[in-house]
Design a protein around this ligand. Sequence first.
Ligand SMILES: [Zn+2]
Length: 542
Amino acid sequence: MKKAVLLVVLSLAAFGQDRVDLQIVDRIKAEAFDRSEVMETLRNLSDVHGPRLTGSPGFEDAAKWAMGELTGYGVDKVHLEKWGPFGRAWTLEQSSLEMVEPRYSQLTAVPLAWSSSTNGPVTAELTLAPVTVSFIEGPKKYQEAWQAYQAAWTGKLRGKIVLITVPKVPAQQTRPQFRRYTDAELADLEKAPDPAAKLTAKKLEDLEWPDPADTGKFFNSLSNNLMEQIYDLYDQVAADRGAFFAREGVAGVVLEDTRAHEGLLFAEAAGAFKSGGTPAPPTFVVTAEQYNRIARLLEKKSPVSLRLSLKAATSDRDVDGLNIIGEIPGGAKRDETVMIGAHFDSWHTGTGATDNGAGSAVMIEVMRILKALNLKMDRTVRIGLWGGEEEGLFGSRAYVKEHFADPRTQRVTSEHAKFSGYFNLDNGSGKIRGVYLQGHEAMRPVFQTWLAPFRDLGVTAISIRDTGGTDHLSFAAVGLPGFQFIQDPLDYGTITHHSDMDTWDHAVPEDLMQASAVIATLVYEAAVRQDMLPRRELPKPE
Ligand SMILES: [Zn+2]
């Protein structure tokens, strides 16, 4: 008896009321490293079942596979939760873009999602009509510039293939395309940002809009509600553009992406994906180098024509959005929940390996590790693999609204009171280097203690900063502790994010194994902690 007590004392590293069970950490590391299945899970999510565009049959097939895996690991209540009509299903079946004049050339190009199909191959003349209008300059300037653009081009584009980007030779890539955070960069992330009041106007239109160069800081100071209006505006820009070109009867639209370099293709959505909106015409993104060649020929009045063809299987009405949910029931406090999650959907040109097959595979692996070790946990551990993240965090928002609270009213459910916290992974395949506290100071000592056994695996930084752009925001918006980790950038921002090179090859096995061990440990500790995680005040209704 005494011996057992001594063992327990030795194996607990303590900080305040929090502690970490080093014997459990040891077992978790062994399971996550020696018997890892994370890369095989990711291979299935990407090579076999990718891409996973929201609303597509591909997403559903992948979801079925993931549910089978979770069930096979012994996870309970694995099921799909519908979150309402998302938009039209869209699956690419065939596409090509070729130069036929002045010389034949097969172009490296992909259609943007939700583009309309052509009626077989179409050869057409080109017009350079660059859209320089951007939402970045705010709704008022956008509307004015967009009206002017339409006035200038109405009636002039019928039957043409329209080039809509200002040609721009990609910058020389002088920085490494693959990198890890340096100690200095992590130390920087640990510094608190300068205090700044949140902008709280009700409508975007009421805000003084900054110089485009300062928009980063500006966006960071926006309330959730205003940020949502920015997303809506962004969608509106694409929908307006698609609808205009469709009305004008263009044969197709070709563009170059501002992030493009070295033959990479970055591709998101063309226009409306809801059944009520006007679908965009066939819209292709082509490599910067090829786009620029075409534009130079046009500018010098050399004859140039393209042939395009596109066939996509679509539905004509909105299909349901889906989240994948499953859980490991707790013991003494089974009505309390700790949750992990990642978005499961991807864009359509790569296989969605790093965005966000990696996060999904790690979270599935965490559930596997917890089950394989048969760890006794007081609270229930739940996994949520979200749909519709890429189009606006739809899946996690709907889940939070359904189960916990609507941020517009902040009227909380009974589940809200029993929810401990949420951990998210969605910044590529980079290993975990720390965590963003989202301003939640009371979590600092908790993370300090729980992450201590991972210092020698590179986990050192605890940042008070917010990070945005992914599903932990849905939880934080209703006052629930929700966190996204600091991850090594690798080649996520330079090569794979929303590109055709988002493939399994760019996932780093040791990084995903590390992330699996870190998150399994946090989840275990959160599930056996005496109290639920500390909370911040409930935000005001939006
Ligand atoms: Zn993404």
